[in-house]
Ligand binder design. Structure first.
Ligand code: GLP
Length: 242
């Protein structure tokens, strides 16, 4: 879907979450970080103030920087608290984010997958996209069969995400990320993208070959995946779908 602007994109994504919670109040939401979903989270907070109940919801975040404690201001734990969780009534015990400070990443990744399986899988996964086509922190070249893993960040991602850190050297080089297979197992996916710097990645993901060199291209194989794009992010698509 191509919408007018960032506000419309965020509202439409919020509508998808609201629709799900209306039919399934105990839904399992998969959440993303980055600048893209901030507007969606603001919308969800508004809707919570207008009566939307999150008390039975369970959440799983896509990823976390490896080596950052949860109270580190650039950790995704901190981001989620700041932008969403502090405002909603989701019980703390129902919130799941990979523990980037774990001394045992392999065990943490296994237990993360086990927790997702235990609640019956993710109903709706929100995704952003990297300028190199990554989803979660699954960089180009990541095998499609991967589940949650300790992954290396691509130089382009370190560069792009350095804007959140004081110095480029401070950006962690690794992360714990749900894998492509974990993402493909979600029952529904909504990918959000805005801005011209995402236009090439979006065109390649939607219209290019399905290839591990462009991780988001795998979404062409998902039975229920919607891209919500602003005009700028959609500008390189040859077959625009309203
Ligand atoms: C990070 C996250 C991704 C996110 C991407 C794009 O690398 N791990 O989940 O989609 O950045 O971020 P932004 O929305 O800031 O462009």
């Amino acid at each position: 879907m191509i919408v007018k602007d960032y506000t419309e994109m965020s509202k439409l994504a919020a509508d998808a979450v609201v629709g799900l919670l209306e039919s399934k109040p105990a839904a399992v939401l998969g959440l993303a970080t980055g600048s893209t979903p901030i507007g969606l989270y603001e919308e969800l907070v508004q809707r919570y103030h207008h009566g939307l109940d999150f008390s039975q919801v369970t959440t799983f975040n896509l990823d976390e920087y490896y080596g950052l404690a949860s109270d580190h201001p650039t950790s995704y734990h901190y981001y989620m608290q700041q932008h969403l969780f502090q405002y909603l009534n989701i019980p703390a015990t129902s919130i799941n984010i990979p523990n980037g400070a774990t001394p045992e990443p392999a065990g943490e990744c296994r237990s993360y997958e086990a927790k997702i399986a235990k609640v019956g899988g993710i109903d709706l996964q929100v995704l952003g996209i990297g300028t190199n086509g990554h989803i979660g922190f699954n960089e180009p070249g990541t095998p499609f069969g991967n589940t949650t893993s300790l992954v290396n960040l691509a130089p382009a991602t370190i560069e792009a995400n350095s804007r959140f850190f004081e110095r480029r050297e401070d950006v962690p080089r690794q992360a714990l990320s749900m894998g492509i297979r974990s993402i493909m197992n979600c029952r529904r996916i909504v990918l959000l993208a805005n801005g011209e710097n995402k236009a090439n990645a979006i065109a390649a993901a939607v219209e290019g070959p399905i290839s591990e060199t462009l991780p988001a291209s795998v979404l062409q194989l998902h039975p229920d995946c919607t891209f919500i794009l602003d005009q700028a992010a959609a500008k390189n698509l040859t077959h625009s779908r309203g």
